[in-house]
Design a protein around this ligand. Structure first.
Ligand code: HEC
Ligand code: HEC
Ligand code: HEC
Ligand code: HEC
Ligand code: HEC
Ligand code: HEC
Length: 260
């Protein structure tokens, strides 16, 4: 622990010259940034101030790095982010998405908050738990979003108080909207395309719900608009006809397979 602290202090000293002239921030802000960073997964992995704040080829110091500074190490996250509604404007070379541009209800205080990696992640602490619910609610204010904390999923997260990976209990906004996916090579990454599981709607059933619920329970929940609006605050009451058909078919099949 001591050596991390020492390293932090050394970096801070090294960076003082630069920050005073280029970043132009006060000592108190610098101290607090350094403290967040020194306890982060980045510090443990030797990802330092200059890893993000310095352009690799020009060596120029960047005051406010953007998503491109993350790209060399987190390509999958950056690439998927740029494909969803959150990131597509940046991919198309437009200004960042802000709540001011939205059709959905948004928090007034976040009107001009720009969508980028740091909209959800405190880029210096990079803790993932605050990114999973609290960050979303700094901008989103529709009924579905506001109902999450009173849902069974929300209560269970609060009881658990952590994001163990993978979890069979915790279901955050991100579990449904930024699902974890396993690549062919077996690495698990968070798919940052926030529109991926929305269309078609039953994609979420397969990608997300069925990790924890049965197919029927999941379908009957996700096609019930009131239940979605309540953020799944009660068991499903819908009973889909197509499911009865699927079940009948399955029974028929298993009946046949008994003789094999
Ligand atoms: C993982 C990448 C990353 C690392 C590591 C990192 N930063 Fe940052 N830093 C950023 C990003 C991105 C921003 C811009 C955030 C924003 O736009 O709000 C930023 C913003 C800042 C700012 C604020 C600039 C302003 O105008 O408010 C300061 C100061 C700063 N960083 C200093 C540091 C110091 C010192 C370190 C090392 C202890 C460090 N950063 C490590 C990515 C990083
Ligand atoms: C030089 C490589 C490098 C750069 C640049 C970098 N990271 Fe990381 N990042 C890592 C490593 C290594 C880890 C820890 C191992 C892991 O969890 O994959 C990590 C972990 C993370 C985590 C997970 C933390 C946790 O507690 O699980 C987040 C979130 C993250 N980085 C965000 C960012 C963002 C946002 C940027 C750009 C502003 C960025 N990183 C830039 C290498 C980098
Ligand atoms: C809409 C909010 C949001 C935005 C924007 C966002 N993230 Fe994330 N990110 C999350 C959440 C939430 C998690 C943790 C999800 C989980 O573990 O279930 C996460 C996890 C991660 C992780 C660690 C897990 C993994 O995939 O290995 C990395 C690295 C990461 N994000 C990088 C980035 C980068 C780089 C950007 C910008 C291109 C970015 N994030 C933008 C919300 C966001
Ligand atoms: C900086 C503010 C901001 C943050 C933080 C943020 N969002 Fe968004 N999000 C938006 C805006 C703006 C839109 C576009 C809404 C519109 O066009 O009406 C959007 C769109 C969405 C959509 C697509 C809605 C649709 O109908 O297409 C989903 C899903 C979503 N966000 C989920 C999340 C989740 C989950 C988080 C947290 C992990 C999050 N957002 C964090 C601002 C934000
Ligand atoms: C258990 C899964 C689940 C959880 C948890 C969840 N959502 Fe959703 N979300 C959905 C589904 C399903 C839809 C509806 C998709 C559709 O209409 O096609 C949706 C729709 C949305 C939309 C679009 C709303 C609209 O009116 O078009 C936004 C924005 C959103 N969610 C944000 C959030 C935020 C923020 C949280 C956490 C505070 C959250 N969601 C938690 C499953 C979930
Ligand atoms: C990580 C596991 C996990 C995921 C993923 C998950 N859930 Fe759940 N869900 C739970 C747990 C645990 C409960 C509580 C069960 C209990 O209380 O017996 C629950 C409860 C529910 C309830 C009942 C709420 C109540 O008040 O009784 C509904 C409806 C629901 N989930 C729908 C969904 C839908 C739809 C999805 C996918 C969009 C989903 N869940 C994804 C774990 C999960």
């Amino acid at each position: 622990m001591r050596s991390w602290l020492l390293r932090g202090v050394l970096l801070l000293l090294l960076w003082n010259g630069l920050t005073v002239s280029v970043l132009a921030v006060d000592q108190a802000q610098l101290q607090s940034i350094n403290q967040s960073w020194s306890q982060s997964a980045h510090a443990l992995a030797d990802v330092n101030c200059s890893s993000c704040h310095q352009n690799k080829s020009t060596k120029q110091v960047l005051k406010r790095p953007n998503h491109e500074s993350c790209q060399s190490c987190h390509k999958a996250q950056v690439d998927t982010f740029l494909l969803g509604k959150h990131g597509i404007r940046l991919l198309e070379g437009q200004t960042a998405l802000t709540p001011a541009l939205a059709h959905l209800p948004m928090q007034a205080a976040a009107h001009d908050k720009q969508m980028n990696c740091n909209a959800c992640h405190d880029v210096h602490s990079v803790k993932t738990l605050p990114a999973s619910v609290d960050s979303c609610l700094t901008c989103h204010k529709d009924t579905h979003s506001l109902n999450y904390k009173n849902s069974r999923h929300g209560q269970l997260l609060q009881e658990e108080g952590a994001l163990p990976r993978p979890s069979t209990v915790s279901t955050t906004c991100a579990t449904c909207h930024l699902p974890r996916q396993t690549s062919a090579s077996g690495t698990v990454t968070v798919n940052h395309n926030n529109t991926f599981t929305l269309l078609p709607r039953d994609r979420m059933v397969k990608e997300v719900c069925m990790n924890c619920h049965g197919m029927e329970f999941a379908y009957n929940s996700i096609f019930d608009d009131d239940l979605v609006e309540s953020n799944f605050a009660r068991p499903p009451t819908l009973s889909m006809d197509t499911l009865k058909m699927v079940r009948a078919l399955e029974q028929q099949r298993s009946g046949n397979s008994k003789s094999e």
